[in-house]
Structure formats: C-alpha cells, structure tokens
Design a protein around this ligand. Structure first.
Ligand SMILES: [Zn+2]
Length: 407
C-alpha cells in the first residue's frame, strides 16, 4: 500500500513538473481598467473622459464632440491579445475605434497609428490614423461583422497583434485579418480608445484586459555590482531590458547585428549612466536615490543597439535614445513635453526627442529608423537629417515650438 502510494506520489510530482515545463511562458491577462479611476490612462482632454458606473465614458450625448479625442494607455504594447467591451451611442457622426501600436501626436489631441475602427459602416476596417490617413484594410466580411454587432449595445472587441499580423473579432466573429508589409512601420506603441469628433456621441468602455505575448528575447544580460543598487531596481531593470531589447530593435528598424550579451555594471561613479560597446555603467549613488528610474537604463540600452561610430551629431544620438524612452517606454512623458524658455534641440535628450516625434508623425516611412540606420552606417549628419525628413533641424524645431525659426 505504502509503496503504491509512494509510486503514485512520485508519478504525480513528475507529471506536475512536466506540465510546468511544458506550460508556455505567456503572461496572464491583466485588467487595464480598475472600474473606478483612470489610473494607467492619459488624455490631453480630461474634460471628455470620466469613470461612471464602473465604466469609462468618453465624449458627450448633449454637446457635439469638437475634435477626435483619445484616451491612451500610459504603457506601450507590441504583441498582445486585447479584449474590450464598447458601447457607442449618439446623434450625428457617431464613431469610435481602438488604437493600437500608436503614439500621441505632440501638441495635439490626435494619436498616430493603427485604428481598429468601430461604428456603423466601419466595423472590421483598419484605419491608419494620422499616418497614412486612409483605410489600409477592409473588413474581413462586412456582412458578418455587421450581423455580429448589437447597435447601441455592448459589444466585445478582441484584437490580436502578433508581429506584422493584426486580427480582430466582434463578439467572436472574425472581423479583420491584416498583415503589415511596410517594414518601416513600428509594431509597438500605446493602446487608445477614440471618440470621433463631429457628432454628439458617447463611447462606454469596460472589461479591458490584455495578455502580452512574449517577445523573442535573445539578450543575455550580465549584471555586475548588483549589491551596490536597490534590489527592486536591479530586478526591474533585468526584466525590462530583456523585454525591451527586441522592441528597441523594432522601433529603430535595426536590420544589423547588435550585441546579444550585454553587461550592466553598477559602480561608484559620478553622473547617471553611460554605454560603451556592450557595457552599460550605472552610478550606484544615483540609482540608490532614484530607484524607479529604469528609463535611464532603457536609454543606455538604445545606445548599445545604436552602436554608431564616432561623428554623428550628439543631439541626434541622444535624441534618438530619448525618443525610444519617452515615446515608447514612458509615452506619457513624451506626449506632453513642452520646451522651457531658452531650451532647444542642440542639447539633445527630451527636446531632441520631441523634434524627432514631430517629424516622425504622419510619415509612413520610419523617419527615426532611417536616421538610426544611417547612424549605424556612420552616415548620420545634419544634411542626412534634411534628406530623410525634407526639412532642416531648425525648421523641425520651429514646429515643436510652434513658430518659424528666426532668419
Ligand atoms: Zn545617452
């Protein structure tokens, strides 16, 4: 009896271990809405969005919505399985949509990127908002999608984004199946809910959940001096840099080899951090005082992936690193950047990132990825900037500050 029991237990443990090994390393679905607050979301127009009755509500049934407006996640997502319930009502032009892999258009209520459209005549379509400005994929079957919709009632939208392929379902009925063919389009960014301008319309949103799908993570990260930095920071940095390594390569259109073994070394040094080759050095005293500043190390990982030879304008090198940081890793920080008096792009960092965001938006071709590829090839100059963007850096900066540069 005891022997059988022992055998049984052994088998059971072995079976459980095998199951554990076989389980895919997918993250669990997480809720993006707590039912009570807009924590984790951001919008330039808070007057248009609020929480009521356990739902997010956007727009207005009594006043015409003056312009397109978007409530965005504070986080960016690359590959994911998203579920959200929407209810759309109103008079006049009544339309909404779910933005994915999008960025905020600086200085505007707009968002740039893919929109899984939602509204009569638009179900299942994929519109490229503030980028190609057109429908880039028709509904998989408009008749079936329309039949699946309960007008003016709750409908469940599912969006599955995996690499270049984007699929959607309405109440379980296939609505969209699109594969991106332009390699310069970034497959990463914020999720947002739209309320379209032009009608007195309201969108209600609930049951928002997302399962992030694993990114290939070939990065081997060796951490030295971990005992000199807060435990939480070290752990967060390790998982973040591994997850963001392939994402940064995607955002920068890095079609060249980059180091897959990177050393992150905490040490007693002045400043914040710097990168050289495949080594990032980080100041132990700075990160002890700023234990949440993982973004500063994401910035350094961008430098590892840039791997430019000497000679590129410093403001562009730093601007590209902060562009990735502030428009993808911490997108709520980039979207509302306003230059201070006397600040300009020559100092690099956030002002230069804002300049890049300004020239990037609206272009199908990836401006930043093209600049990055030229940088990696040792051909990034101010002249190259003009060739790629069509304007000079001074003209681009004029757009950031909203006035033409002084002659
Ligand atoms: Zn830097």
């Amino acid at each position: 009896m005891m022997q059988w029991m022992h055998l049984f237990l052994t088998m059971r443990i072995t079976l459980l271990s095998l199951l554990a090994l076989a389980a895919p390393a997918f993250a669990e679905p997480v809720s993006l809405f707590d039912g009570k607050t807009l924590d984790g979301w951001e919008t330039p127009t808070p007057s248009l969005w609020h929480v009521e009755g356990g739902e997010i509500r956007g727009g207005s049934l009594t006043e015409k919505v003056a312009h397109n407006d978007f409530l965005s996640t504070r986080k960016a997502y690359a590959d994911f399985d998203l579920h959200v319930k929407l209810r759309l009502t109103g008079t006049g032009f009544v339309n909404s949509g779910v933005q994915i892999r999008s960025v905020r258009v600086p200085g505007s209520a707009e968002t740039s990127g893919y929109q899984v459209d939602y509204g009569k005549g638009w179900y299942g379509k994929l519109y490229d908002e503030s980028r190609r400005n057109k429908v880039i994929a028709e509904s998989k079957d408009m008749k079936a999608a329309t039949a699946a919709i309960k007008e003016e009632d709750w409908n469940e939208i599912r969006v599955l984004a995996q690499g270049p392929r984007i699929q959607s379902w309405i109440n379980g009925v296939p609505a969209l199946d699109f594969t991106e063919t332009d390699a310069a389009v970034v497959l990463d960014g914020q999720i947002a809910i739209q309320i379209h301008g032009g009608g007195a319309a309201q969108v209600q949103v609930k049951d928002v959940s997302i399962e992030e799908l694993p990114q290939p993570s070939p990065l081997k990260l060796k951490i030295e001096g971990a005992e000199l930095a807060p435990n939480g920071l070290v752990a967060a940095t390790e998982s973040t840099l591994k997850a963001w390594y392939p994402r940064i390569r995607g955002i920068l259109g890095a079609d060249y080899d980059t180091p897959t073994s990177v050393t992150l070394r905490f040490k007693d040094m002045p400043g914040v951090a710097h990168a050289s080759g495949a080594v990032i050095e980080a100041s132990s005293s700075y990160f002890t005082k700023h234990p949440d500043d993982v973004g500063a190390l994401v910035h350094e990982l961008v430098h590892v992936i840039q791997a430019y030879p000497n000679g590129a304008p410093g403001w562009l090198v730093e601007g590209i690193a902060d562009y990735v940081r502030y428009y993808y890793y911490e997108p709520a920080k980039g979207a509302y950047f306003k230059p201070r008096q006397g600040q300009d792009y020559h100092g690099g960092y956030n002002p230069a990132a804002a300049l890049l965001a300004k020239v990037q938006v609206g272009k199908v071709q990836g401006i930043v990825s093209e600049l990055n590829r030229r940088g990696h090839a040792g051909k990034l100059t101010e002249q190259a900037f003009k060739e790629v963007t069509g304007i000079t850096p001074d003209e681009a900066w004029g757009r950031v500050v909203g006035k033409p540069p002084a002659k």
